[in-house]
Design a protein around this ligand. Sequence first.
Ligand SMILES: C[S@@+](CC[C@H](N)C(=O)[O-])C[C@H]1O[C@@H](n2cnc3c(N)ncnc32)[C@H](O)[C@@H]1O
Length: 260
Amino acid sequence: MAIDGERVMANYTGTGNLKSRIDIYRYRSPAFDPVDLAVELLPDDGLGLVLDVGAGTGRYTRRLRTAHPGCAVVAIDKSPGMLTEVEAPAMVADAQALPYPDDGADAVLAMHMLYHVPDIPAAVAEFRRVLKPGGTLLASTNAAGDMAEVAALWDRAARATVGPGAYSFGTAIENFDSASAPAPLNAVFDAVEEFRRKGLVAVPEPGPVLAFLASLRSWADCEDAAFDALLEAAAGELDGHFAEHATFDFTKTTVFYRCR
Ligand SMILES: C[S@@+](CC[C@H](N)C(=O)[O-])C[C@H]1O[C@@H](n2cnc3c(N)ncnc32)[C@H](O)[C@@H]1O
């Protein structure tokens, strides 16, 4: 079940949680930087205004500014704490109500953020409204059922401690994963193209996996002490795993949608 609006944002008061999650992908193979794919999928030239909505740490914003020096790339995020490391122009705003006029942007980015938005059709309609006719929306998410191995680890640790209902890792993004994303995009855009990048993440030690799980604390519906017990149980599971295996492996499939 998706997490409600206020609790979603509690995870994004600062950049630390997101950085912990992104960090684990240094063990992904083949190596894949989603920022490279975003640059590749956007037009090579003619970009005047790009809105990076749900910009987070600003990794897409920064690269697009370098790739398109003449273009104004605006980082937009609902959380002021996420924008502290992003240079201007940057603004706090909600994807469902962008403070931009109609038909002005050449491209909008919504990278791994739409599953957090309470009203996804409203946000997609808003992206269409601010885009010029023929402009590009680039949205990304994970494949349905992705990271099943991490979800299973979480579930085993949760069952042994806080109970299975505290947070459902497997279904947290199901309102905008590869199974559910095409419908709201196709409802608004004439052409929606899908690009999949499959990878295997082979983590050589427990630390990055535990840091990933620890970053989910504010999304778990339990007391701090119970969450600590969950992490301890996960650490025990991982110790058992690493006694027999060199790596903890999980699949990761990133899906991009280019909409026009
Ligand atoms: C998983 S992070 C992705 C960050 C960045 N796009 C990336 O891929 O590195 C999701 C971001 O969306 C932001 N966010 C969540 N709901 C939002 C909303 N309704 N409007 C704007 N930003 C939102 C969060 O604050 C967070 O920075």
